[in-house]
Design a protein. Structure first.
Length: 353
């Protein structure tokens, strides 16, 4: 069994702390820190502080919090002294596992999102997703032998994805998977959820104006300031899913106090017989969803944005647009395989179209 040691030193993950050319009227300067290794992606923190030492303290706190969420939500690795999602999966059908409240809160939120999306995002879908993951990794390591999962095996595994078999005991702080063949995969929610919680935490710690991005899961809070110290909105770009295009961003959104999360086919995929198979699996077909090349969600809560970006990606435009229009203060942008785009009724207020 592979056990990862808990690394406390911030310097292990930090790539750079840099001063940017903007400041507030109060004299606070704009800084940026970036680091790797958490959630298998790059993370960026931007904010305003009196000096680099103060900002580094904020960055340290953001890093430490994200690191804790990363270890708790990990489905692949064990860590010294921690019961995480992997621990829950390892004990499916055996016993309840006592876990940190951060895990029970995440799973309770995940259940709410399952209900809101009519099952289009399901953390109990791990048995199916793990089979796809294994084939994708094997295909990336040996492209000549890349193959699709056996569809009959996918259907057998799908019989073990009932979220009702995930038993959460809030009082005892335990999670138990009643089905021994069931496993959790929180990849559709974990990053956005962690970003939301950490952004709330760091604001309470005193960083009032900033932005946190973990692998493109972006949460802004407070205001941004230009070179003259004037308040301006935070600007976040939506990546073009056509990576061959010279146009890297589809739109630049003004998002002060809001989140942006995009799910797309360009992030993780492998190729079988000349065809690309991405990592977002439709719970209905058990195959990579083929409606869109990307879906972007704007709303206040980054955890909700993360969950909805997957759910809407797995839903036809007609059903997905109805889902979004039925939610307060949530907007979406759909990019279709032919490059055409559609957006929800209030989306244009965030950008110049």
């Amino acid at each position: 069994m592979k056990i990862r040691k808990r690394i406390a030193a911030f310097i292990v993950g930090i790539l750079t702390v840099s001063l940017l050319s903007a400041c507030k009227a109060s004299g606070e300067k704009r800084y940026e820190a970036s680091f790797l290794e958490l959630f298998d992606t790059a993370s960026v923190v931007v904010g305003y502080a009196k000096n680099e030492d103060d900002f580094t303290k904020y960055s340290q706190k953001v890093y430490d919090e994200l690191k804790e969420y990363n270890e708790l939500f990990d489905i692949y690795n064990d860590y010294d002294g921690i019961n995480n999602i992997k621990t829950i999966n390892d004990n499916a059908g055996i016993r309840p596992v006592k876990v940190d409240k951060k895990i029970t809160d995440l799973l309770s939120f995940s259940r709410e999102m399952f209900e809101k999306t009519d099952g289009k995002v399901n953390v109990a879908f791990g048995a199916v997703l793990s089979l796809w993951h294994n084939h994708r990794e094997a295909g990336l390591n040996n492209p000549e032998r890349a193959a699709l999962p056996d569809y009959e095996e996918l259907k057998r595994r799908n019989e073990h994805t009932d979220i009702k078999d995930m038993i959460i005991d809030e009082n005892a702080s335990t999670v138990y998977l009643q089905d021994p063949n069931m496993s959790l995969d929180v990849g559709a929610i974990a990053k956005g959820y962690a970003v939301e919680k950490v952004s709330q935490f760091i604001q309470k710690e005193g960083l009032k104006d900033g932005m946190i991005s973990v692998g493109g899961n972006v949460r802004t809070f407070g205001e941004k300031y230009d070179e003259r110290g004037k308040q301006v909105p935070w600007t976040v770009g939506i990546q073009n899913p056509d990576t061959s295009s010279d146009k890297k961003s589809l739109y630049d959104l003004r998002l002060s106090g809001y989140s942006l999360v995009t799910s797309g086919v360009y992030e993780r995929y492998y190729i079988v017989d000349g065809k690309r198979y991405h990592h977002i699996i439709d719970p209905q077909t058990l195959m990579p969803a083929a409606y869109f090349t990307s879906v972007s969600i704007v709303c206040k809560n980054s955890g909700m944005a993360d969950a909805l970006s997957t759910a809407v990606f797995n839903t036809s435009y007609k059903e997905g647009s109805k889902m979004i229009e039925g939610m307060k203060d949530v907007e979406a942008l759909w990019v279709f395989p032919d490059g055409t785009m559609k957006y929800s009724g209030g989306f244009e207020k965030w950008c110049d179209l």
